[in-house]
Structure formats: C-alpha cells, structure tokens
Design a protein around this ligand. Structure first.
Ligand code: UGA
Length: 442
C-alpha cells in the first residue's frame, strides 16, 4: 500500500520505516529540510538501536523516501499518518497546532479519498477536530465531495526498544466507526497481525483515551512504588524484597514496579499532565493523577537530598561523578531526565559535576553548553577522578559490573549514591563503600 507519514520524529520515523520494511511504499514528509536531506543520506537524527540500518536498507530498496514537499506527500498515500509533535503548552495541555496544520495541508492538496490517521498522542476529541479542519478546508476549496475518514491509531513504542515494539506490537488499536477505514487499516497492519489477532477496533474517543490511560497507568505504578520505597526506607524495610514479594502476584506483575529517581522522558510526564488538564477542562479533578505527578516531582529530588544530608549541607566546592544522563538506558533522550534535576540542584548548591553517559553526551552539551561546573568525561572511569562521591542516575548495562577497586582508588571517599538499586547493599558494605540506594537502609 502507499502510505504517507507526516513528521519524522520518533513515532513517525520508526512507524514509517517499519511499514516500509514489511513492503509498503512509504513517503515521510517533514518541514525540516536539513533533517530530510540527512535522512536521505542514511543519517538518523535519534539514537535508536537498529533504526539506522533499517532506514538505509529500505531507502536503498526504494520503499522508503523522505521529502519536504507536502503536496507530493498528500498525493502519494492512500493512508496519511499524522505523527507530528504535540508539545505541552504553558498549562500542560497538549498543543495541537502542528496536528491541525497537517490536517489543513492534507485537505488543501487531496483530490481523492484518503484515510487520515492520528498517530500522535492527542487528547480525546482531536480526531473530531482534525475531521472538522479537513472538512472546512475542503469546503473552502469547493471540494466537499472528496471522501475522508479520520482514524485514531495510537502508538505504544518505547524509546530504546522502538523497532522491536513496532515490529511486534502487543496490540494495534484502531479507533473508527467506518467499515471502509477499518478495512484499509486491517490491510495495512496485516503483516503485523499474524499468529493471533492483535487488532482491537473501537470508537475514536475510546482509542484516544486508551493511549493516555496506558501511559498514566504505567506512571501510576512507578509513583506508587516510589512512594512505598520512601516508606520502606523510613520503616527499615527493603523495597527490593517488597518488589519481588508483590510482583509474584500475577495481578500485580513484575513490570514497571522498579523504584528509582522518578520517571522522565517525552511521554509519561507530558501525558499525565495533559490528562489532568483535560479532566480540569471538563470540571473533573483527576486526584489520583495529580498525586502521581506530585510524587514523581518529589522523587526526582530524593538523590540530591541524600547527598545533601550525607555532607551536612556542605556541598559548595565539592565535585560529584555522575553516571547516566539520559532519562533511561538505550537512548540519548534527556527530556524530563531526573539527571537534570539533580545536576541543577548540585550546581545551585555550589558543587561541580563530572558526568558520563554512553549516548547522551552531545545532548547534554547541547542543553547546558560550556560551564565551569560541568565536565563531560569520555569514560565512566575518568568521571570518577578526584570526585567526592559517585552518583548513579541511569541504569545502563555498562554500569552493572564496574571495577569497584578502581572506583575506590579514584574517588576521594568511597561513597556511592545509587538511584537505581544496581547493587546489593551488603556486598557494597563489605567492599568498604558507604552505599545509599532507593528504599533500602543505607
Ligand atoms: C513510554 C511507554 O512505556 C510506551 O508504551 C509508550 O508508547 C511511550 O511512553 C509513548 O507514549 O510514546 P518511554 O517513555 O519510551 O515509553 O519509556 P519507558 O521505558 O516506559 O520509561 C519511562 C520512565 O519510567 C523512565 O524514566 C524509566 O526510568 C521509568 N521507569 C520505568 C521506572 O522508574 N520504573 C520502572 O519500573 C519502569
């Protein structure tokens, strides 16, 4: 099938590439000329394992192309995906200006039947707005005769695992009440719907809410565990034991109950906030979601508080080695990353940071530029040199079995603050470390 994808961000680029990989003829449109020309040369602007080779292979095979020409894009696809950003506006609501601009563009150029698919995470009611926008522009053109359907088809991929998630989705949500549009979507996703039926068809509003409900549920699990971790610490219990104890109940499950430094990234914080705002706008107070957000904001400050407490508030002039800057492993994404809250608090207190991350060094440089109190180090070992303590913020695989003797030799004092419970506290004590973690006794 011929498919057009508007927006070559995370969602659009991965989805477009995977659709090409299974044989569809995909054209991706983006307004950013330099991005488009880089993609044509095989340069993928994000770090996502496996994506660059897939982009290159499919581009070379002629199944995947990139362009800034929106008219060409509209002409190309029977299916038109809208996968542009929905950044939070000042009050945390999702800003729909890019989504509606694409809808208007599609309507300006379409001259035959199109199925328009909302792939971006958009508030309930957006598909109706997209439909209205398209109808309005078609009417202005005197072409109200052209049939069009708007389908909600939310994406559930995780950064760092996006290719696999997209290739083998748990479910494919199709929000439409049009049988024709449903058929088109079923054909499009048939290559991903083998073995057992993963397609769930529902009305548009339910599909839109499903996306928010999924992310908010996962964020709730994390905030819940962080809350219990704080309690465990105060009560002298071990959250890691509690985690295993409750995870073994299949109704609870082991996933997404890891306590830590709070959730970050471009999705959970934004989506929790957006659903709170949507609820507010219809005079409903989303009390639970507000608490989830509040707990998360507080959790992002817990590592700093432990550091501050250990040094009795005397952080001025101290230097900290920091391992892990991205909001989670296998990505260079620093959006809403807990490392930022920590670094900014350390700087505010007059301390310096020597930081290392396997992928997010360029991104950190881009965000913070050159400053005296930040040294970006080429290896995790060099970040340790002369530091007063090591702080681990992101659980990259390469941090799991470090050379503890080297850590001791390089640090001024043998202190580790671990925001991800990577090590066994007893082993750390026997190795001679003062070891702080989350939800366990120091
Ligand atoms: C999330 C969802 O997991 C995807 O299903 C969804 O499609 C995506 O948002 C989206 O809406 O686009 P993502 O933000 O890439 O994916 O990352 P996750 O792997 O879900 O991690 C989110 C945050 O939660 C990270 O900061 C991570 O460290 C934290 N987390 C996760 C915990 O603190 N504890 C856990 O047990 C799990």
């Amino acid at each position: 099938m011929k498919v057009t994808v508007f927006g070559t961000g995370y969602v659009g680029l991965v989805q477009g590439t995977i659709l090409a990989e299974v044989g569809h003829d995909v054209l991706c449109i983006d307004v950013d000329e330099s991005k488009v020309s880089k993609l044509k040369q095989g340069h993928v602007p994000i770090y996502e394992p496996g994506l660059d080779s897939l982009v290159k292979e499919n581009y070379d095979a002629g199944r995947l192309d990139f362009s800034t020409d929106a008219a060409l894009g509209v002409k190309h696809g029977q299916v038109q995906f809208i996968a542009v950003g929905t950044p939070p506006d000042e009050d945390g609501s999702a800003d729909l200006k890019y989504v509606l601009a694409v809808a208007a563009t599609i309507a300006e150029h379409m001259d035959d039947k199109k199925v328009i698919v909302d792939k971006s995470t958009v508030p309930v009611g957006t598909a109706d707005k997209v439909y209205a926008k398209i109808s309005e522009v078609l009417e202005q053109r005197g072409r109200s005769d052209i049939p069009h359907e708007v389908v909600s088809n939310p994406e559930f991929l995780k950064e760092g695992n996006a290719v696999a998630d997209c290739m083998r989705p748990d479910r494919i949500i199709i929000g439409t009440q049009s049988k024709d549009a449903e058929e088109v979507m079923r054909e499009l996703y048939a290559p991903f719907n083998r073995n057992h039926d993963k397609i769930i068809v529902m009305d548009v509003r339910s599909a839109e809410l499903t996306k928010y409900a999924a992310n908010c549920m996962l964020a709730t699990k994390i905030s819940f565990m962080n809350e219990i971790a704080n309690l465990a610490e105060l009560m002298g219990a071990d959250i890691e034991m509690v985690r295993q104890g409750i995870g073994s109940d299949p109704r609870i499950g082991y996933q997404f109950i890891y306590p830590g430094v709070g959730y970050g990234g471009s999705c959970f914080p934004k989506d929790v906030q957006a659903l709170i705002r949507t609820a507010d706008s219809i005079d409903f107070e989303a009390k639970l979601l507000k608490a989830v957000e509040e707990r998360n904001n507080a959790q992002k400050t817990t590592l700093f508080k432990k550091v501050e407490q250990h040094f009795n508030g005397a952080l001025k002039g101290k230097t900290f080695a920091l391992w892990g800057l991205s909001f989670k492993p296998n990505t260079d994404d620093m959006r809403e990353a807990p490392s930022r809250v920590l670094m900014e608090a350390l700087w505010q207190a007059g301390a310096s940071v020597q930081a290392y991350d396997p992928e997010a060094m360029e991104e950190t440089q881009r965000i913070y530029g050159n400053r005296n109190d930040l040294t970006l180090c080429g290896t995790k070992e060099s970040a340790l040199k002369g530091a007063d303590a090591l702080i681990i913020v992101t659980e990259w695989q390469s941090f799991r079995a470090p050379d503890f003797d080297l850590i001791k030799a390089q640090l001024r004092e043998s202190i580790i603050f671990d925001g991800r419970n990577m090590f066994d506290p007893n082993r750390m004590t026997s190795k001679g470390f003062v070891y702080y973690s989350v939800g366990r006794k120091p």
